[in-house]
Design a binder for this molecule. Sequence first.
Ligand code: CU
Length: 145
Amino acid sequence: MRLLLLLLALVAPVALGQVTVDAAWARATAPGSKVAAGYMTIRNAGAAPDRLMAASTPAASRVEMHVTSKDGDIARMREVRNYTVPARGAFELKPNGPHLMIVNLKAPLTAGGKLPLTLKFEKAGEVKAELQVRPLTAAGPAHNH
Ligand SMILES: [Cu+2]
């Protein structure tokens, strides 16, 4: 038993830092709009699920986690408290699906620009990401709230 505890103590720190973010992007903001949706793939190489608990950027007042559901032809969004990233798996944020809602941008997003994000995970802690801003016409439906 003591040996097992010792092994767990040695293994536990290695389980941290297993979360990475891939292909993070946002669409350029429409004229006059102060909101943007952030998309990315969050990968968890760890043996346990992790949860995204919060996200923030210096470029906006706040970042919310939204999910989308279809109500007939209308896509409806609602805020959730966290996203669960499965063990040895990925959680995908994409148009018509879950997305980070970046609210009250201090400046418009323009194609070719970048937006820094800090993601806070329950186990992995803080993970930095950077959204690449694509043209407003980038594939996927327009994002209206
Ligand atoms: Cu939204």
